[in-house]
Design a protein around this ligand. Structure first.
Ligand code: NAD
Length: 469
């Protein structure tokens, strides 16, 4: 029986692929999505969603322990990892079910199996249920994502040397936990396992933790982590990892040149990701991979004639779920012939859900200077914010706005503190609308809120000083 020709066949159902499928369905395109694993990809199953579920348990635990301060007496607080995992699993299941619902609603055909590009407009699928199919497509959209990168020469053993996926499934809180890498993944797990009771160390090769963030944010996080008992070693070199004993021994050379052997029960390797682009027929189909195997595309996500690529498998763009979704929508609208504009990657917000939280969008102060801007900065600490005081979360954190001194244009907004991941939207809006310090100042912020701190930082930016400090 000859197969129908799809307008688009999407390979991978993460936030790049499934969102693209929904958009394709909305535009009336005949669409199939091929997925070998559970619907929703890394983000829903072993990434963004489950980590945030566990981090919520961590935050709640910390808050309950502080109850007395607020007159809430809770005796004998203890933590049940199995309970936290149960909540996490329920959230994952509901999210994945939600994706299946969206596929049905938008008349997307879900093909469960392993896809390989086998010729122009052809996707071969080895079905999970047995057998195979070849799908004919006018367009193919590759959204195959990425996987955790192992430490060179030390494969994940999934019990002591862990990937982020492994770290989401521990059956007991380890006595000691180390993350190699202090990007979003390393920092979030460090924050989580510390709240759960582990001794935690974070080792970062670059001179500071969360190295993509503004320098002042990194420094504030070090202070906050120190108070929480998390040890951070930045500018450190991992000399070796010995897995021959019961525990893992990591030899680390610090900035003082001294090498220390640190023994840990669980070692998380969070040093970035590898693209899922091998052996799926991409090169034969005319797709170009960069040196590290990521797919190169143009601004409309075209990777080759009739082939688009989006998400973590794409080169030279941030690895973020919301970026993948935006690219998925862009690619579909482009292939459907709609008028579209390439994504401005400099205006995508990034959030890290550690305690305290971090969120940022646009240029850091240093990057803005590097790009030749004469910069002005407005800053406001949560220590002077009434709502943060109400919440008892005023010890650490601030809002920092970076602007061009000449034209007052907002270049970047950087936040560390309570619930800032929910507040960065104002920064994103400011950047996409080319807001100025003056226009942010004229946006009157409600009282008492945490986000008043943004208005205060804008006041400091424009007038050289905030009101409440
Ligand atoms: P990352 O690139 O953000 O961080 C990896 C860190 O490891 C870097 O700081 C790097 O300098 C360091 N590193 C590399 N090799 C090292 C070594 N040998 N020794 C010590 N440090 C070393 O990658 P990640 O944290 O693994 O996360 C993967 C991707 O997923 C990232 O792009 C991240 O932004 C994304 N992610 C986002 C979120 C979020 O938005 N909240 C959460 C998790 C992951």
């Amino acid at each position: 029986m000859s197969e129908a020709v799809y307008d688009v066949v999407i390979v991978g159902s993460g936030p790049g692929g499934y969102v693209a499928a929904v958009r394709a369905g909305q535009l009336g395109l005949r669409t199939a999505i091929v997925e070998a694993g559970p619907m929703g990809g890394v983000c829903l199953n072993v990434g963004c969603i489950p980590t945030k579920a566990l981090l919520h348990s961590a935050d709640l635990l910390d808050e309950v322990k502080e109850g007395k301060r607020f007159g809430v007496m809770v005796e004998g607080v203890s933590f049940d990892l199995a309970g936290a995992m149960k909540h996490k699993n329920a959230v994952v299941k509901a999210s994945s079910d939600g994706v299946n619902f969206l596929m049905k609603k938008n008349k997307i055909e879900v093909v469960t199996g392993w896809a390989t590009l086998t010729g122009r407009g052809q996707v071969h699928v080895k079905l999970n249920a047995g057998g195979e199919r070849t799908l004919q497509a006018k367009h193919i959209l590759v959204a195959t994502g990425a996987q955790p990168r192992p430490f060179p020469g030390v494969p994940f053993d999934h019990t002591r040397v862990l990937s982020s996926t492994d770290a989401l499934g521990l059956s007991a809180v380890p006595q000691s936990f180390m993350s190699i890498g202090a990007g979003a993944i390393g920092i979030e797990f460090a924050s989580m396992y510390r709240a759960f009771g582990a001794e935690v160390t974070v080792v970062e090769a670059l001179p500071r933790i969360v190295p993509n963030e503004d320098e002042e944010v990194s420094a504030e996080l070090v202070k906050a982590f120190q108070r929480r008992g998390i040890k951070t070693m930045a500018g450190a070199r991992v000399e070796g990892i010995d897995t021959s004993g019961e525990h893992v021994v990591v030899s680390v050379t610090g900035t003082d040149g001294k090498t220390t052997a640190i023994t840990v029960e669980k070692l998380l390797v969070a040093i970035g990701i590898l693209p899922n682009t091998k052996d799926i027929g991409l090169e034969a189909a005319g797709v170009t991979l960069d040196q590290r195997g990521f797919i190169t595309t143009d601004g409309y996500m075209r990777a080759a004639d009739g082939i688009y690529a989006v998400g973590d498998c794409v080169a030279a763009t941030p690895w973020l779920a919301h970026k993948a979704s935006a690219e998925g929508i862009l690619a579909i609208e482009h292939l459907a012939g709609l008028h579209v504009t390439p994504i401005d990657y400099g205006k995508i917000a990034a959030c890290t859900y550690c305690s305290p939280e971090i969120a940022s969008v646009g240029l850091t102060e240093a990057k803005a200077k590097e790009q030749g801007y004469e910069v002005k900065v407005g800053k406001f600490p949560f220590s002077a914010n009434g709502k943060a005081r109400v919440l008892g979360q005023n010890r650490f954190g601030f809002i920092k706005i970076v602007a061009d001194k000449q034209y007052d244009e907002i270049l970047g907004v950087h936040m560390i503190g309570p619930r800032v991941t929910e507040m960065i939207s104002e920064g994103g809006l400011a950047l996409t609308h080319e807001a100025t310090g003056e226009s942010m100042l004229q946006t009157i912020h409600a009282h008492p809120t945490l986000y008043e701190a943004i208005g205060e930082a804008a006041h400091a930016l424009v007038h050289g000083a905030a009101i409440h400090i």
